[in-house]
Design a protein around this ligand. Structure first.
Ligand code: TRP
Length: 469
């Protein structure tokens, strides 16, 4: 089954394999890094509730729509949209571009995670690890030293390239079948450890008891953006994975299972992080630094902190790799399906180009004073690094903004337009139910959401975000 030549397209080895790969795509930095820091910054439980509600009413229906488009199209995003109507093949191009751009900057954080896993690994064998009070310095040093920032970014990208080179079933599927169960086991253990600390209940209160005064449209906007990002929706990852799914496998069931696992991982990450953070008397509001700066200090105060740190960052590494592979896999699928490029060549070229372009965002984070000092000692010119700016944003932030705030919502809108308006009720539902063979009780509600509710919600949030919200 693993022949990827043009005449026999790859398929998943097993249904479990597909599920783990899709879950692997969904569970990523979005769950273990982004979700906790958004919860920490946007008022705790209120964000969690908004997230869950939006996930249920918009995330799940659009997941079903995206997998169905792939299962129907049986090819990469470009080809799948084109098969539905040549007028909308542009949706596919946008998805591919978006996936590629996310891949470019995903490697930045992926590199940080790889570096932290290594620092903690060595700490188990006598290395210094991240000594008390030093987490900020170590973080700053990592992001501002070009040597560290670039090499670990490249190590991360290389890991992904190697897995995708292995092929759909022998690489992507097999890696995920190991990494995903391991991830859940480690997270569960860590959550129990974290909740057993004295003083953990303050963290649980913050995480679970909503303070509704913190609710606002902009928090809802962040939550909806997070739904898209976390579920890998809107840029063809689920579409591509769905395209390798046989017609008799139910997209509907998977559209419930994938978000369920994804949400469990995100919620578990919260149960690992918040009780521990509060137990040692720290604040969860440090934003993007929560996992890289606050958490290591938390680990420092815990028994067996280095071991916990190692397990945590290895888990994040697994999650990040499995998501990055899905981003790579989307673009690779395009070249295999549309351009008949052999998998090896497609993977290597796309992967290497993304890794090289990814050096820009990887470097662009080091704009602080320490960064400038380090660079000036290395290169004599403190200015060049901060000049990696486009439209006055650091390359990383620019990519994050363009993909997260503009392209993913547009990709979501593309799903609604395609499913709700272009395919239409009859066609969409007949594919999902396999001409009525499979029951679908909520079909009416589902379609109403795809056609009206979801696009309106996305538009509101989109306009609000563009207007600077
Ligand atoms: N979902 C992944 C995460 O939570 C990131 C990701 C992988 C993604 N593939 C994607 C995001 C496609 C958007 C679209 O980290």
């Amino acid at each position: 089954m693993s022949k990827n030549s043009s005449h026999s397209r790859a398929q998943w080895g097993s249904h479990f394999g597909f599920l783990m790969a899709a879950v692997g795509s969904a569970i990523g930095l979005g769950n273990l890094w982004r979700f906790p820091y958004l919860v920490g910054s946007y008022g705790g439980a209120v964000f969690v509730i908004l997230y869950l509600v939006l996930l249920l009413i918009i995330g799940v229906p659009l997941m079903l729509t995206e997998i169905t488009i792939g299962q129907y199209g049986k090819t990469d995003p470009y080809g799948s949209y084109q098969r539905i109507s040549p007028r909308i093949s542009g949706f596919g191009s946008m998805a591919l571009l978006c996936g590629f751009l996310i891949l470019c900057y995903y490697g930045t954080i992926g590199g940080w995670v790889t570096y932290y896993s290594m620092v903690y690994l060595f700490s188990l064998f006598g290395g210094a690890g991240i000594p008390e009070g030093k987490a900020v310095d170590i973080f700053m040093e990592m992001i501002s030293r070009p040597g560290i920032a670039i090499s670990w970014h490249l190590v991360f990208m290389l890991s992904c390239i190697i897995i995708v080179l292995g092929g759909l079933d022998k690489g992507t599927e097999r890696a995920n079948k190991v990494m995903m169960p391991a991830l859940f086991i480690i997270l569960l253990v860590l959550a129990f450890v974290s909740m057993s600390f004295k003083g953990a209940t303050a963290g649980l209160d913050f995480y679970l008891k909503p303070d509704f005064s913190k609710m606002s449209l902009s928090v809802a906007g962040e939550a909806l953006g997070q739904v898209f990002f976390s579920l890998s929706l809107g840029m063809g990852a689920m579409l591509t994975y769905g395209s390798y799914l046989k017609a008799d496998q139910s997209a509907k069931r998977n559209s419930v299972l994938i978000p369920s696992f994804d949400t469990m991982a995100a919620l578990l990450a919260g149960f690992v992080i918040f009780p521990a953070v509060f137990a040692v008397g720290m604040e969860p509001t440090s934003g993007a630094g929560l996992v890289f700066v606050t958490l290591p200090e938390v680990f420092n105060k815990l028994p067996a902190g280095n071991l916990i740190g190692f397990l945590f960052f290895v888990t994040v590494f697994f999650a990040a790799v499995s998501s990055a592979i899905s981003l790579l896999e989307v673009v690779v699928a395009y070249f295999i399906d549309q351009k008949k490029t052999p998998r090896k060549k497609a993977t290597l070229s796309v992967g290497v180009i993304a890794a090289l372009l990814g050096i820009l965002p990887a470097l662009s984070q080091g704009n602080g004073p320490l960064a400038k000092a380090t660079i000036s000692s290395l290169f004599g010119s403190p200015e060049w690094m901060s000049s990696i700016r486009l439209l006055n944003l650091a390359a990383f932030d620019l990519l994050d903004y363009i993909t997260g705030r503009i392209m993913l919502p547009l990709g979501g809108l593309a799903l609604c337009i395609t499913g709700g308006w272009i395919m239409g009720k009859e066609k969409l539902l007949s594919i999902i139910t396999k001409d009525g063979e499979r029951p679908f009780k909520l079909a009416g509600v589902y379609f109403f959401i795809v056609k009206y509710i979801a696009p309106i919600a996305i538009l509101i949030v989109f306009i609000q975000a563009l207007s600077g919200g």
